[in-house]
Design a protein around this ligand. Structure first.
Ligand SMILES: N[C@@H](CCC(=O)N[C@@H](CS)C(=O)NCC(=O)O)C(=O)O
Length: 346
């Protein structure tokens, strides 16, 4: 082969690989979950049904909570209608299979974003919606002041969680013998705790706050001050579906960004007359970021009108006017000392 033939061969190969790349991008996009959801006309969202403030099914069959609101947000982004959601209640142990099997489109359920879940479980994560950490709760009369005082004690939690792993790690690190007992859901954990079968319970501190606040006698329980882990909670969906990932990601980010630029469910319609280019791009009046995601130019308006900005979502479900009253701390916007920070809409 002379040099010219090699050069022509290389050119042809480049052309072939370029067309393969085009085909695979097109295939990924046409096979996206977004198309499945649009065709079905409804989002199927996996949620908690037992955790007040985050995902809770009431006696009228109505779901509510911080995570549930984000499901509504995704439906608003896709359909312009937040009511187009079917909820599927999932235990911690069942949540990953529900994505792997395709039963649900996305899960918003107090789920910690970890390397093994991302790398080995076959899911991808969206943006962190709540920065949490694991805590321990005892009965008020318990002599234990610190977690290490629970040496030899039975500590209960629910199965299939990071919680279970972290408390075992903590015992190992501190050379304490914790007897870790797990149940299929947290209602059962609390029942065992109340019946004296557990000396302490452990889970995300938001979950402890929710359980304590909604108990018949909150003063019967004491949440210890130590936090033993990082629990960044995020939505997840099937891996390798960039288009669907974008839809979930930018739905969440639009709530965070709206708070940053002082837009909320009440003022967003009026903002259409704004001359601020940042506001105009967010509303889809200039630029067209929504189109790149397979959505409308003004999808973020639909999201914020339906569920509010991040602050509204937080306050409605977890804020000072709720029983839970969880201070925002890490979940404040970066301008207020928290970790929430959205990339620009441009
Ligand atoms: N964030 C942890 C724990 C998730 C979890 O299951 N948390 C508990 C308590 S916050 C829960 O959601 N329980 C629901 C129930 O009450 O059954 C994880 O992703 O593994």
């Amino acid at each position: 082969m002379n040099l010219k033939t090699i050069a022509i061969g290389a050119l042809a190969l480049t052309a072939i690989s370029a067309s393969i790349a085009t085909i695979s991008v097109a295939q990924t996009q046409s096979n996206s979950r977004l198309d499945v959801v649009k065709k079905r006309g409804k989002l199927i969202c996996g949620v908690n049904d037992k955790l007040a403030g985050f995902g809770f099914l009431d006696s009228n069959g109505k779901y509510s909570g911080f995570d549930v609101d984000f499901c509504k947000g995704v439906a608003a982004a896709v359909f312009g209608d937040a009511s187009k959601v079917d909820y599927v209640p999932l235990t911690a142990a069942a949540r990953f299979t529900a994505i792997q099997s395709g039963e649900v489109d996305v899960v918003f359920r107090n789920t910690t974003y970890t390397s093994s879940r991302d790398g080995e479980v076959g899911v991808d994560f969206g943006p962190i919606v709540f920065y949490d950490g694991q805590g321990v709760m005892v009965k008020s009369e318990s002599p234990a002041k610190r977690i290490t005082d629970l040496d030899g004690a039975t500590i209960c939690t629910n199965q299939g969680t990071t919680t279970e792993q972290n408390i075992n790690d903590y015992g190992r690190l501190k050379k304490k013998q914790f007897k870790v007992v797990t149940y299929s859901d947290f209602d059962k954990v609390m029942a065992a705790f109340d019946q004296g079968r557990c000396d302490a319970v452990t889970t995300d501190s938001s979950g402890l706050a929710a359980r304590r606040a909604t108990a018949a006698k909150p003063e019967a329980y004491r949440i210890m001050s130590e936090i033993i882990s990082k629990e960044p909670l995020a939505p997840f969906f099937a891996q390798n579906d960039s288009r669907w990932a974008d839809v979930v990601r930018w739905t969440v980010l639009s709530t965070i960004y709206a708070e940053e630029i002082d837009l909320n469910s009440r003022n967003i319609d009026g903002a259409k007359t704004s001359g601020d280019p940042v506001v105009r791009r967010f509303l889809g009046l200039e630029g067209n970021s929504g189109k790149g995601f397979g959505l409308t130019a003004d999808f973020a308006v639909d999201v914020v009108k339906a569920i509010g900005n991040y602050k509204e979502i937080y306050d409605r479900n977890l804020g000072p006017k709720t029983k839970l009253h969880i201070p925002r701390t890490l979940n404040a916007n970066y301008e207020n000392g928290g970790l929430l920070y959205a990339p620009p809409f441009r």
